[in-house]
Design a binder for this molecule. Structure first.
Ligand code: C2E
Ligand code: MG
Ligand code: MG
Length: 258
């Protein structure tokens, strides 16, 4: 991205956030219970579009919001929208689990936990319907404060997931240190499952490792039937990927999966 575009986007993003999140939306991607093939829940994913640049992907706008600090406001907004959606969808699916991504900047924010508790209370939403996804590298960049926030969030009864497992530096240490319920194996590993060499053992080995220490596993990025066939017998608990469904707006999610 050109520097001029980045600073223009920075301005437009701040403007959107300050104006009631104009241009932002939350899409939902299905997650499948790999044992039964039934719907497990959904991951809430932020979307943004503006007049000048049209649809902009999270890979471009999330880093800008992290830098300008607005990611904390966005994180809270997505949490609220997704929790509201979850409280509706759980009327017909009481077990529905909604996953929300939390940036490490949100964990530095000491009122995040109280904020989340208030939302759950307002919506009469049981905490175990919500899963908070943290990327594995956050303890490296953050101090005691954010560790405390994570443990407090977990005490509310919400479940924690480690996102993009295997892609960062401190995966194993974080796994040892924090009570993750679910470990999401990074989508870049999926392609290896259909190869004919030793790389094919990566996903089975990572799965085994997680199971040995009592964590459930979600495999992200399953795109084809061939990949699904290669991993379906590994005992993985949850799967997610274009093979099962793309992220879609809530009305479409309802129509397709509920
Ligand atoms: P993530 O949390 O790992 O989310 C999964 C990403 O993988 C999503 O990209 C999803 O569209 C994509 N994906 C799902 N299935 C497949 C597949 O089969 N193949 C491929 N190639 N990709 C697949 P998306 O929506 O572009 O989001 C990218 C990242 O942006 C997310 O990665 C997450 O780190 C971040 N992000 C998105 N929404 C939020 C948010 O509300 N808050 C924060 N803090 N980060 C967010
Ligand atoms: Mg995620
Ligand atoms: Mg991920």
């Amino acid at each position: 991205m050109l520097e001029a575009d980045r600073s223009e986007m920075d301005f437009l993003l701040r403007d959107s956030v300050e104006n009631n999140f104009r241009g932002f939306a939350v899409h939902y991607q299905p997650q499948i219970d790999a044992h039964t093939g039934a719907l497990y829940g959904a991951e809430a994913l932020a979307r943004w579009s503006c007049g000048k640049y049209g649809k902009v992907g999270p890979a471009d706008f999330i880093p800008i919001l992290e830098e300008n600090g607005r990611i904390v406001q966005l994180g809270k907004w997505v949490f609220r929208v997704a929790a509201h959606q979850c409280s509706r969808w759980r009327r017909s699916r009481p077990e529905f689990r909604m996953s929300v991504n939390l940036s490490c900047r949100c964990l530095e924010n000491t009122d995040m936990c109280q904020f989340a508790k208030n939302i759950l209370k307002q919506m009469a939403l049981p905490s175990d319907n919500m899963i908070l996804e943290l990327t594995e590298s956050w303890p490296l960049h953050n101090g005691q404060g954010s560790e405390e926030t994570v443990l407090n969030l977990q005490k509310t009864g919400m479940k924690l997931a480690m996102d993009d497992f295997g892609s960062g530096y401190s995966s194993l240490l974080s796994l040892q240190k924090f009570p993750f319920h679910l470990v999401k194996i990074d989508k870049d590993f999926v392609k290896s499952t259909t190869r004919n060499d030793e790389q094919a053992s990566l996903v089975p080995s990572l799965t085994q490792l997680c199971h040995n220490i009592g964590r459930q596993v979600c495999l992200e990025g399953v795109e084809t039937r061939e990949e699904y066939e290669a991993v379906r017998h590994l005992g993985i608990e949850v799967m997610q990927g274009f093979f099962f469904g793309h992220p879609v707006p809530p009305e479409e999610f309802e129509r397709l999966y509920l």
